[in-house]
Design a protein around this ligand. Structure first.
Ligand SMILES: [Zn+2]
Length: 139
């Protein structure tokens, strides 16, 4: 993030921990060192860290707190999965199929979903059976 972006979000943190009686401020020396350590972090990630700070820290965070939260807070899904073209799942990763289940004398058709074996399906939960496992498209 740029220095301007860093200052903008850090000022928010300062304001959050300020009271009517007392303005909380980092010193310019602290700001300089903090920026050196945190500049590789993306602006949106730093915002996410700030929100976590508000929820978890009673006092204005030190650099060590910010670094620790950055190391422990799960990252937002930043890289949006690219969809691949696939005729089986139409790019959704899921394939609908019917399964006939006997209920006494009646055979009912039920709609199920299975995970496609393409890259779209690879990002979905492994708890969903794949089309290979359920025997759909087993050509
Ligand atoms: Zn597919």
């Amino acid at each position: 993030m740029t220095q301007a972006e860093f200052i903008e979000i850090t000022s928010e943190i300062e304001r959050f921990y300020s009271t009517d009686k007392e303005d909380k401020k980092y010193t310019s020396e602290q700001i300089k060192i903090m920026y050196e350590e945190l500049k590789k972090i993306h602006k949106e990630r730093y915002r996410q860290i700030a929100r976590e700070v508000y929820k978890t820290l009673k006092f204005m965070p030190k650099l060590a707190d910010l670094v620790e939260i950055n190391n422990t807070l799960p990252k937002i899904q930043e890289d949006i999965q690219e969809k691949v073209e696939c005729k089986k799942c139409d790019g959704t990763g899921m394939v609908a199929y019917f399964k006939e289940i006997k209920d006494g004398n009646i055979t009912r058709k039920y709609l199920f979903g299975a995970r496609c074996t393409c890259a779209n399906g690879a990002v979905l939960s492994k708890k969903i059976p794949s089309i290979a496992e359920v025997g759909v498209y087993d050509e």
